[in-house]
Design a protein around this ligand. Structure first.
Ligand code: ATP
Ligand code: MG
Length: 399
């Protein structure tokens, strides 16, 4: 029996004129995820996309897992692709759904006939198949209001599809249809979640990570790779800049009053990120900050941080509690990686008494001591560029 996957579009189905560009982006994102498993054909049919494996040895369970994370998909369902005749529908549907029907106590059947030339009406299909299922699985009773399983038959162009209930998809809008932004990513809990949330709203991500070897280890950097692989499962390939930050941090430590270290460091991160973002056609920066979490995240501190850049800074976690952020990080499977203990560049240089109500003019004056532009330029020129995908990291872009 041939198994395929039916994909139902999400809210993009409602978005009028943009619909075709949304569909094109979704298709591109899907293909980029699934082509690691083998060849598939993709057929559009109303607000459904039919994904059909082109060979027998394709791992459909893996395909389902990948599909479950692609933004723009409201729901999906594995289905048997049956010949369009009543015998096939009646005989093969109970077999295909054997395990699920055996586990259920109640069921109902729904039939949809988009091919009006098919010689049976939807009620006729439902009633014949309902009778057949009840005769094969005598423990089942019909419940039209709240069944354990709804068996659906969709008679379309080429096949009749038989399936159980749909599975909820990742939702959101297809990544890449709302422009591009640069995510400042640490090894912490928050920034991967922030990236995920913006990607869900269709934004393509690049990522920037500041590393301070030898204060921070190679393993801290690998942690960032692992986190971004999880995010890439949702949003596709991410270009990552690993920016050397040691010289800047040492310079700050040597020349600036300690209580301002964190803020000056954060302003450097923003300034450098803005430059990298611009080079890559990004229109905004994204960080994982939320108000009041730490000294550098008071309103005054955030304002001082933003004052060094012109680009908008998006903070999708700004109003969330830590427990809410952790809940999302568990859902996207980044939490266990984030809590691994490797030192981040921020923690290494954290002052004992950071300023919580900093004055911009004071900070700007202190920064005059530093050779700001040269420090930024040197870091950018020495950044390492990697490409992160859900299934691995590449040093060069190969398409
Ligand atoms: P996170 O869990 O994302 O590390 P946090 O609550 O620990 O966040 P901070 O360490 O103050 O907060 O960092 C605030 C934000 O600054 C992070 O969410 C991230 O966007 C950015 N950031 C912090 N450290 C780095 C780094 N080493 N490289 C790139 N961005 C960073
Ligand atoms: Mg952090």
């Amino acid at each position: 029996m041939k198994e395929i996957i039916l994909i139902k579009y999400g809210e993009m189905a409602l978005k009028g004129l943009n619909r075709s560009s949304f569909e094109a982006a979704l298709l591109k994102n899907l293909k980029s995820r699934l082509n690691s498993l083998g060849d598939f054909s993709y057929t559009k049919s109303q607000s459904t996309l039919i994904v059909e494996p082109q060979s027998e040895n394709i791992d459909l369970n893996k395909a389902k897992e990948l599909i479950s994370k692609v933004f723009g998909i409201a729901a999906y369902a594995p289905a048997a692709a049956l010949n369009k005749d009543m015998d096939a529908i009646l005989n093969e549907t109970p077999l295909y759904l054997k395990e699920k029907l055996e586990a259920a106590k109640t069921f109902k059947v729904e039939a949809k006939r988009s091919d009006k030339k098919f010689p049976f009406t939807s009620p006729q299909i439902s009633s014949a198949l309902g009778g057949k299922i009840a005769s094969v699985y005598s423990h089942l009773t019909v419940d039209v209001h709240n069944p354990d399983i709804t068996v659906t038959v969709e008679v379309r162009d080429k096949y009749a599809f038989a399936r159980a209930d749909q599975i909820k998809g990742a939702g959101g809008l297809p990544t890449g249809t709302a422009g591009k932004a640069a995510l400042l990513v640490s090894g912490g809990i928050d920034s991967p979640v922030a990236g995920y949330m913006m990607a869900k709203r269709a934004i393509e991500l690049i990522a920037i990570h500041f590393a301070s070897p030898p204060y921070t280890s190679k393993r801290a950097e690998q942690k960032v790779h692992s986190l971004l692989m999880k995010v890439a499962a949702f949003c596709g390939k991410i270009k990552l800049y690993v920016v050397p930050f040691t010289a800047i941090q040492e310079d700050i430590q040597k020349n600036c009053p300690e209580e301002y270290h964190t803020l000056i460091m954060r302003r450097f991160m923003m300034k450098i990120s803005e430059e990298i973002a611009r080079k890559n056609g990004c229109e905004a920066l994204i960080t994982g900050e939320s108000v009041g979490q730490v000294a550098s995240q008071t309103l005054k501190a955030l304002a001082v941080t933003d004052a060094i850049v012109k680009m908008p800074v998006f903070r999708p976690l700004i109003g969330l509690d830590k427990t809410e952020i952790i809940k999302i990080s568990r859902e996207i499977d980044t939490f266990d990686i984030s809590v691994l203990p490797f030192e981040d560049c921020c923690t290494v240089f954290t002052p004992k008494h950071p300023k919580t109500r900093p004055q911009l003019s004071v900070i700007e004056n202190i920064e005059l001591i530093l050779d700001y532009d040269l420090l930024c330029e040197t870091s950018i020129n020495n950044a390492e560029i990697l490409y992160v995908e859900h299934n691995g990291i590449m040093e060069k872009n190969n398409g």
